[in-house]
Design a protein around this ligand. Structure first.
Ligand SMILES: Nc1nc2c(ncn2[C@@H]2O[C@H](COP(=O)(O)OP(=O)(O)OP(=O)(O)O)[C@@H](O)[C@H]2O)c(=O)[nH]1
Ligand SMILES: [Mg+2]
Length: 252
């Protein structure tokens, strides 16, 4: 088992799993979330905003999914829950205009972090990729060092399809990290190993449920054990059981 963890570690030598922020005093940090519909972008944004807000950072959300019915309201509900403001435009409106307004507000009002939600689906895939590239340009025009992270959200239960998704998104958005969601479900996310080996993009966050606190930093060791659980019979925790057994034996 340790060998598997070592293999994983070797594949990720010099891998940086941490989220990158703008240096103190150099303007807001921007995180852009991308991924197919249903992957968990909006939910992850809600959880991450809560975490950052709890850490004392001022957080602003941008409702860049103007396409799917109810998407703006979904982000606004998270904003209320997290107690962070949300910049939104009209349903069906131009997502880049919303992003522009949000970046201006984040700059003018000195927010620490701006998190941008995007659509998982537009009229077609080409439109989606064009729109994402445009949003990124709008951000960069106002803040040359942003976005500090472009995070691809991947549903751990989607298997092989996740790899083609990742390649597609990577072409236009140059992602900096992966968020692996729904690890609480039956999917173990083995596909992430493939994504990482082919695209060399680290997993930075994992989603473990639908609740506010169900977000965790990525821990490669735990992840590998999770993947192969059931194939091996001696996870490290068993040592404790053995100790107890010895005690029980001594007490006989
Ligand atoms: N069990 C579980 N469910 C999750 C997790 N993350 C998201 N979900 C659920 O997955 C569904 C889709 O999540 P969303 O956040 O709306 O996904 P999205 O990527 O924003 O989707 P679109 O807005 O349609 O592009 C929701 O029902 C979420 O509650 C997770 O880590 N675990
Ligand atoms: Mg969404």
């Amino acid at each position: 088992m340790q060998k598997l963890v070592d293999l994983y570690d070797e594949a990720g030598v010099d891998e940086d799993n941490s989220l990158h922020f703008a240096p103190e005093g150099s303007g807001p940090t921007v995180f852009l979330f991308v991924g197919v519909n249903g992957a968990g972008k909006t939910t992850t944004i809600g959880k991450l905003a809560n975490r950052l807000h709890q850490q004392g950072k001022s957080v602003l959300l941008a409702a860049g999914d103007t396409f799917r019915a109810g998407a703006i309201e979904q982000l606004q509900v998270w904003g209320e829950r997290d107690d962070v403001p949300v910049v939104a435009g009209p349903a069906g409106g131009d997502p880049s205009a919303v992003v522009y307004d949000a970046v201006r507000k984040a700059k003018d009002e000195n927010f620490d972090v701006l998190i941008v939600d995007t659509a998982g689906r537009l009229q077609n895939k080409v439109n989606l990729m064009t729109e994402l590239a445009k949003m990124k340009r709008v951000i960069q025009r106002e803040l040359p060092d942003a976005p500090q992270e472009v995070l691809l959200v991947v549903d751990a239960t989607t298997g092989q399809n996740a790899l083609s998704q990742a390649k597609e998104f990577n072409k236009t958005t140059d992602m900096t990290g992966i968020v692996l969601t729904k690890l609480d479900g039956s999917g173990k996310g083995g596909i992430v190993l493939a994504v990482r080996n082919e695209l060399h993009v680290p997993v930075k966050l994992v989603g473990l449920g639908e609740g506010m606190d169900d977000l965790s930093d990525f821990d490669p060791t735990k992840f590998v054990y999770g993947l192969f659980k059931g194939l091996i019979d001696a996870p490290p925790a068993d040592e404790t059981v053995d100790d107890n057994q010895e005690d029980a034996d001594e007490n006989k």
